[in-house]
Design a protein around this ligand. Structure first.
Ligand code: KIV
Length: 305
C-alpha cells in the first residue's frame, strides 16, 4: 500500500497503526468469535462514508440493499438491481483498506436457478471487489454452490427485509418456541453448508443467544440482543439520516441531519448576505497581470474618447 493511499489514521500511527490493524479477513472473524472479541459492523454505500467507517476501525462493512431505502428513497429493498448494488460496492471498495467488504445480493438475483445465483454472486467478487456476499433466508443449496465457486457467503435469518410481502411488514420473527426452533435448525444448516457468518435480524434476544452459543460461525445481530458475536447497524440510522421513525434497537449516536441542516442554513445565509466567498476564498491575478489589465482598460477608454 502506498503511503498516499493509506488512511490518515494509519499514516499517523498510534492505536491504529498498520501492524496492529491488518486487513480483516473471514478467518479473522472466526478467530474473533473463538476468542470472544466482539465484531463491529456497519453499512456504507459510498466512498466518503465508507472511508470514515473504515478509518474508525469497524471490522466489517456491508454494502446493504438497505441503500434502496436510505439512499434511493424507496419504501422497501425490493427494487434495487444487481447493477445498482455493483455500482455502490465499487465505490465502497475504493475507500476501504482495513474492513472486510461484504455486498448484499438484491432481491431476485439469487431466487432463480442455482447457476444464475452463482453467476450473479461471482460478479460482486470479480467486478466490484467484494470479499463475500450476503443472502437472505435458509437457502442452503445456493449457499453451498456459491461456496463451491469460491464465493464466501454470509447468511441472513429472522426478519429478512426481502420477505416483506410474505411477512406482511417488517415484523419481529421467531417469537414462538416452534419458530425459534426452526430458526435454530436453519442457522445450523447454513453453517453446515459453509456460510462464513450469519446476520440475525429482528428476533428475540433469547433466540439469538441460543443460536450464537451453538453456532460454529459468528453471528452478527441487528435487533437481536447483545449476546451475538457482533453487531451491525444501518449507518443512516446511527447518524439520524434515515427519515424513518427510530426502531427500538437502532441507537442514535449522532444527529447528523441536524448538523447538516445548520451548516447548509449558515451557507445559504452567507450567500444571501454576500458574506461568502471572502477575498481569501477568491483567486487573484498577479500584480503584474493586474497592472497590464488596468493599462489595457485605460487605453480602451482613451481610444473611445
Ligand atoms: O441491507 C442491510 O442494511 C442489511 C443489514 C440490516 C444487515 O441487510
Amino acid at each position: 500500500m502506498s503511503l498516499a493511499k493509506m488512511p490518515s489514521a494509519l499514516r499517523a500511527g498510534g492505536m491504529n497503526s498498520i501492524e496492529k490493524s491488518p486487513h480483516v479477513t473471514l478467518p479473522a472473524l472466526l478467530e474473533m468469535k473463538r476468542t470472544g472479541k466482539p465484531i463491529s459492523a456497519l453499512t456504507a454505500y459510498d466512498y466518503a462514508s465508507a472511508r470514515i467507517v473504515d478509518e474508525a476501525g469497524i471490522d466489517l462493512i456491508l454494502v446493504g440493499d438497505s441503500l434502496a431505502m436510505v439512499v434511493m428513497g424507496h419504501e422497501n429493498t425490493l427494487s434495487i438491481t444487481v447493477d445498482e448494488m455493483l455500482h455502490h460496492t465499487r465505490a465502497v471498495r475504493r475507500a476501504v483498506q482495513r474492513a472486510l467488504v461484504v455486498a448484499d445480493m438484491p432481491f431476485g438475483s439469487y431466487h432463480g436457478s442455482v447457476e444464475s445465483a452463482v453467476t450473479n454472486a461471482v460478479r460482486f467478487i470479480k467486478e466490484a471487489g467484494a470479499e463475500a456476499v450476503k443472502i437472505e433466508g435458509p437457502r442452503t443449496e445456493i449457499v453451498r454452490a456459491m461456496v463451491d465457486a469460491e464465493v464466501p457467503v454470509i447468511g441472513h435469518l429472522g426478519l429478512t427485509p426481502q420477505s416483506v410481502n410474505r411477512m406482511g411488514g417488517f415484523r419481529v420473527q421467531a417469537k414462538t418456541a416452534n419458530t425459534a426452533d426452526q430458526l435454530r435448525r436453519d442457522a445450523a444448516k447454513l453453517a453446515e453448508v459453509g456460510a462464513a457468518a450469519i446476520v440475525l435480524e429482528g428476533i428475540p434476544r433469547e433466540v439469538a443467544a441460543r443460536i450464537t452459543a451453538e453456532s460454529p460461525i459468528p453471528t452478527i445481530g441487528i435487533g437481536a440482543g447483545p449476546e451475538c458475536d457482533g453487531q451491525i447497524l444501518v449507518l443512516h440510522d446511527l447518524l439520524n439520516l434515515s427519515f424513518q421513525p427510530k426502531a427500538k434497537f437502532a441507537r442514535r449516536y449522532a444527529d447528523v441531519a441536524n448538523i447538516m441542516t445548520e451548516a447548509i442554513q449558515h451557507y445559504r445565509a452567507d450567500v444571501v448576505q454576500k458574506a461568502f466567498p471572502s477575498d481569501e476564498e477568491s483567486y487573484h491575478l498577479s500584480s503584474s497581470e493586474l497592472e497590464g489589465l488596468v493599462r489595457r482598460e485605460a487605453g480602451t477608454v482613451r481610444r473611445r474618447a
